[in-house]
Design a protein around this ligand. Sequence first.
Ligand SMILES: *Cc1c(COP(=O)(O)O)cnc(C)c1O
Length: 365
Amino acid sequence: MVKFLDLKSQYDSIKPEIDAALQSVIDSSAFIGGEHVKSFEESFGDYIEAEHCIGVGNGTDAIEIVLEALGLPEGSEVIVPANSFIASSEAVSRCGFKPVFADCGPDYTLDVEDTRQRITSNTSAIMAVHLYGHPCDMAGLAQLAKENNLRLIEDSAQAHGARFRDRRVGALGDAGTFSFYPGKNLGAYGDGGAIVTNDAELAEKARMVANHGRVAKYDHVFEGRNSRLDGMQAAILNVKLRHLDAWLDARNRIASRYLQAFGGHEKLVLPEVSRDVYHAYHLFVVRVNEREQLAADLKAQGIQTGIHYPIALPKLKAYEHLGLADADFFANRTDTELLSLPIGEHLDDGAVDRVIGAVLKGLDK
Ligand SMILES: *Cc1c(COP(=O)(O)O)cnc(C)c1O
């Protein structure tokens, strides 16, 4: 069996470190707040090369909190890619703003020119989603944001450790958000998320929004909410962060093998990778016409696959009211062809060989 995700084998590879970290949380009763959360915020901020890091409850909260902390004007439109997980656009609506979909290019991230076309007098922000772990064109988007006086947010839930021109994604715009959902490249053993920024004022506001709008215990200057990264998750993440770079390198090695093995195959469209990026390869997504057939062939050979995402955001029932289901978007046209192959440090060379062999055999049937 070649698993798509194998959290148990990852745990087995770092068991003594994880067990010790959990024991220390219990011994110190640092369940909410405390040393583990503080030290993770520091280490993750350093890792991302961001001045401020705020742990929150999950990646969706992180986006909502940033949107609220930015204090965008009422009626604001926020440009969101048409290909993403719904959290990216849902957070915009939840905050009372309007998500406006822009198309993605063949690297599956925001197309800068299409984003430009979506800007109106109500646009306040652009949400750059580094989908599948591939960084957006942050130079192009930053320029666009600057020219139009827009805030730039990076939904980096799939891109911990990815780089755009040698700089880690997350703090390249106004603020970045991360998810530590267990299956992400840096995952907790439950929910977790973080916000990073180099803007001290925004950091302070975000921390307050996440903590009931308080400045001190029982002193609240506005109504916020409760969104926390807890001590257990922070302790686990502290351990895992030390291994993240090695895990990302393993993902890159597997991706290189896939790219080489499948390169030029007429029935398979490989992901385009910009020369400006270090890809986090959260997902390795190919496009194939006969997707269901190939997925079934792989399954029959014990190889798990996934689909990210089977319905492009504009085509979801949730966004019917926007009337963009039939828009001529690359994202709308290709959602029936996307197939995610297994990738991750849990796969040894033999497993990668099996995936390659099974895909080539399936395609050549
Ligand atoms: C996972 C994910 C989120 C949401 O994170 P949660 O921690 O599950 O709330 C947001 N955006 C993208 C692109 C994601 O993949």
